[in-house]
Design a protein around this ligand. Sequence first.
Ligand code: SAM
Length: 278
Amino acid sequence: MLSYLHAFHAGNFADIQKHGALTLVLSMMQAKASAIACFDTHAGSAIYDLDSERARKTAEDAGVQKLWACRSGLRSEDWQPITQGLSSFNVDKERLGVYPGSPAWFRRSLRRGDSLTAFELHPSESGQLANWATGRRVRVLHEDGLKGLLKQLPPVHPRLMVLIDPSYEVKSEYADVAKTLLKAWQKCRHGVYLVWFPILTTGLHAALKQAVKESPLRKVWCSEIHLKTPPERGMTGSGLLVVNPPWGFDGRFSAMIDDIAGDQALGFSHEHNWLIPE
Ligand code: SAM
């Protein structure tokens, strides 16, 4: 039973971290001309209306609204794909009404030879995703993203980038993600894998990190943001594992995050380290 809907959470602080990393990884990989096969294992519906009842109920879009409000003070040029993307999706430039999800961020960055395969299991989300993808050179598969990814590897293109972004509605997903990541890496060791996880008071994400740490995987960088004023319920932070980040990614991504960490912006601390060095 799938009950999670990203429309309640689009544009939150975790999306900013995740989509900032996604656009930076892709642009760094695209410094080389060879084609990239991109996979989005849990894609959502691609475009979110921030004025919808769902978005207004939680008001989690405060993350992207704050980023937008402080955009002129962002020092890192690596925010440009995000600010330009937000600008192109929004006619009203004062307050954002539309937020693009991961397939839309991928799509904006694709070059002629690159490809994107997006998995989504929820029937209505998958339908919306398929409608959006029509005519956009995006393959949508209405199937389990973890099993589906393994069926597609090794990729047809020389290089691989994968976003694994489940809703973690079921506790077993933490272990499933770790197992899938290892199997995917065994099929394509040079791929760049971005794995998002929530940081909750339950601490369930620790099992995912531990499983990865004990695996044969190499070169895994970890970024965690921790809210200074966490809500009573829900996420207190947000994490990313990046397997095989492009050289220099850690410094450039940390600079991006430093731009928005202060109390005037999103108000969090950033911890980062090599979970597994080379
Ligand atoms: N990646 C999206 C983004 O950044 O805009 C957000 C994805 S949301 C966190 C997780 C999505 O995974 C939901 O849309 C949910 O319906 C979908 N989902 C849940 N279980 C799935 C599965 N086994 N395979 C593929 N999609 C699944």
